[in-house]
Ligand binder design. Sequence first.
Ligand code: 16G
Length: 169
Amino acid sequence: SLDEYGIKLDEKYSWINPGEGLVIRPLSSQDFDKGFTDVLSQLTRLGDVSKEDFQKRFYAMKASGGYYTLVVEDTEADNGSGKIVGTGTLEVEQKFIHSCALRGRVEEVVIDKEYRGRKLGKLVLGLITVLSKKLACYKTTLECKVENIPFYGIFGYKEDPEKFMQLRF
Ligand code: 16G
């Protein structure tokens, strides 16, 4: 449950309600079988990721710390065996600057195309944002398509005057 990320679902978090049959929780090592990577492949190129690859990376991320991946599961889908229908990750980096602060990054926010329009993206991003604040990140940033700027704006994310640069290999 969200306990694992230090979030106790008290009345303060009554807005964390994905709807009938749906749950939002941390990623588990068993989620490959529930189609976690199928959801990721709706964001960008997934490449070859076997169940073994997924589990290796899952445990490596756990060991290194700083990765908070949330998933939305439709517990009633696939005859009750459950299906991952959304995800989003908070990555927390350690810094020397700002008095040894933490910096948050929002990554891989994607909702299955069949489940869009149910405010699940808002739920995932809202929870990631709360989590980054709770962990005392001095800032939390993300990269997104221009058409998604208004979506992130709802949560207070503003366009950075600095330019984002990249080198692709
Ligand atoms: C988007 C994602 C980012 C992801 C990237 C993949 C959010 C907020 N942003 O920018 O996390 O890593 O797409 O695109 O979800 P790429 O495969 O072109 O690097």
